[in-house]
Design a protein. Structure first.
Length: 345
């Protein structure tokens, strides 16, 4: 039997109708050293075919392979996110994971309040002091960060090598530094192989809602395709589903993000820039189980196989052999330090 969640009375009154806590049913029978893990999803929740689903897959793997007992929280808006994290921390979970940069402040505060609970933040946003020095996370908090710009550089180069119009598109979700990393790497990759190519970049909004607005994604993508753009890379959560619909409607190409999104528009997904969110979540749970968990910053880039791009039997026909060889050479040069990829626009 899984460890029951006992809700604090005050939080129960305010949040019970808004928070759905879903213990997954895939866990093996718990052992004496089984770890209890709480995962709070980002905006858009399960089913985004992207970021949150990656965190779920990593948790599911930990259940099957490590016997972990994982409890999932899909929050509503605003303070519900903090309440979800607090509920799990108050239950003395062995590990509490916030999926997305938006949890940064709440995780930092709760890690200090609950020093005996391990915390992890996917895409945790580091801050700096007045002198510009990076402020490390609390010692019981692991910041799981990705060098998205490196994977984005590769798909930018791929898009430019495929394009005939020399006009490449980008659709971001929320207009924030994290998504700027995707755009910066993508632009740099395009320009590396095609200096005279044009990159058209647009964002769906300035609030977290920009990550779950497929209608807006389709609107932006249609306008770009109609202006001559042939390939659009999206970094916009479920908003990107609208980009895929526009690609189908116009017969153009799109590039997925975070996970392999080919199945969302077969024949129209050139590739996907994948992030190992699943691997990072699994790794954090594994470290807790093995007693080796330490707070700090964990970086996942090309060298660590933390980011990359999809090339398989589904999209192989869309990528000529010479283009594939060029992109792989660029990948090797980035890992070797021969190419420096920018992380800001």
């Amino acid at each position: 039997m899984r460890k029951p969640l006992i809700f604090l009375a005050a939080l129960l009154v305010v949040h019970l109708a808004l928070l759905a806590i879903h213990p997954s049913g895939a866990a093996q029978p718990p052992t004496g050293d089984a770890v209890d893990v709480g995962v709070v999803f980002d905006v858009g929740g399960r089913g985004d075919k992207s970021f949150n689903d990656g965190a779920f897959l990593g948790s599911e793997r930990a259940e099957k392979e490590l016997g972990a007992r994982v409890h999932f929280v899909e929050p509503g808006e605003g303070s519900d996110r903090e309440a979800g994290l607090r509920l799990l921390a108050a239950e003395n979970m062995d590990l509490v994971i916030g999926v997305g940069f938006i949890f940064t402040d709440d995780l930092t505060s709760l890690a200090k309040e609950y020093p005996n609970v391990h915390f992890a933040g996917v895409d945790y946003a580091l801050s700096t002091d007045a002198s510009g020095n990076v402020i490390p996370p609390p010692p019981n908090l692991a910041a799981l960060k990705f060098r998205e710009e490196e994977g984005s550089f590769l798909v930018g180069a791929l898009a430019a090598l495929i394009s005939k119009s020399k006009k490449i598109g980008f659709v971001g979700g929320m207009d924030i530094p994290l998504i700027h990393k995707f755009e910066a790497g993508y632009r740099a990759g395009v320009k590396y192989v095609c200096p005279d190519c044009t990159v058209v970049a647009q964002y769906a909004g300035v609030t977290p809602e920009a990550f779950k607005n497929p209608g807006r994604g389709k609107e932006l993508a249609l306008a770009q395709y109609q202006s001559g753009v042939e390939v659009i890379f999206h970094a916009s959560g479920s908003t990107g589903l609208g980009v895929f619909e526009a690609a189908r409607q116009t017969g153009k190409l799109a590039i997925g993000v975070d996970a392999d999104q080919y199945a969302e528009a077969p024949g129209h997904i050139l590739t996907s820039m994948v992030k190992g969110v699943d691997a990072s979540v699994y790794d954090a749970i594994k470290r807790v189980k093995e007693g080796t968990f330490k707070g700090g910053v964990y970086q996942f880039g090309l060298a660590e196989n933390g980011v990359g791009y999809v090339y398989d039997q589904h999209n192989r026909a869309l990528i000529p052999d010479d283009v594939r060889a060029r992109v792989e050479a660029i990948r090797n040069d980035i890992i070797a330090g021969k190419i420096t990829v920018p992380s800001t626009r």
